[in-house]
Design a protein around this ligand. Sequence first.
Ligand code: UDP
Ligand code: MG
Length: 319
Amino acid sequence: MDLSVIVPCYNEAESLPSFVDAATSAFSPLGDSWELIFVNDGSSDGTEGFLRAFVGSGRAPHATLVNFSRNFGKEPALLAGLRQARGSAVAFIDADLQQPPATLVEMYRLLEGHDEYDVVAACQRERPDHSLRSRLSAGFYGLFNRVSDITLEPGASDFRVFRREVADALLSLPECHRFTKGLFAWVGFRTLPYPYAPDERVSGKSRWSMRGLTRYALEGMVSFTTVPLRISGYVGAVAAVVGFVYIIFVLVDALVLRNTPAGYPTLLSVMLLLGGLILLSLGIIGEYVARIYLEGKRRPAYIAASIVSSDATNEDGRP
Ligand code: UDP
Ligand code: MG
């Protein structure tokens, strides 16, 4: 098997027919040594029916469908796909045709031709977009790169083709709360950026809400840096020094200059400030403790209700 293409699908029944057309025609020059691995992430529309029919149709030389028991999210879907992939190169692609399968083939050819690289990563060309969303996203990347040990390229996505070694490295990471973009950076390997302009979604709208994106950003931060934990320590130290200086000032004012201290407003503002800082620090610590709690339960990242494959050898059930 040369190439395994992993496609996470959540309610993509409208995009999938054009996706499989584009994918089968783009990959057919590769002969019959490629496979499509669909992960149906608990879709509530016709996604499962369509994919079952596709896997049985023989339109791809090898096709596998993993059905999740509910919606677990894109990251667990990518992990499930990795566990099924048998290719010596593996790729992630979205089902909505924003990432054209033809581009994936170009990236695969590039990987084949460049022994010195292990990953070809599509990165979005700068779009003339000044929405709040893209500003927030740029801000996130800036902050992330400053406070974490790894560097994320702005515009990087999961749209990548990589060698088996990289897939095995990703599989060796045991955490079940995954931030794949960060994991790619963490495992290292030599990465060749491949600029491309994403297309519009063929149907429906993006599955990301502002809330989902915020949680995703928080996940990325907390998974890859402990700097926020240290910030509360620094702020506490600064507050202590300021408090100490202020106490001396008050003592001199009262004992030497004989002014009666007017304490009430100062007291209130200092209490509010410190109370706020303490709650903020507790919140930050809480994020990390929650992560420890969730990882400590050792729950799997997803539950596969069924696995359907066009190859008999792969129908062994659970991952
Ligand atoms: N997706 C998924 N589970 C989810 C949300 C999304 O498997 O809970 C899939 C979705 O079907 C698509 C890909 O992840 O193939 C990217 O989703 P989307 O296009 O909504 O994200 P965006 O392109 O806006 O980043
Ligand atoms: Mg999309």
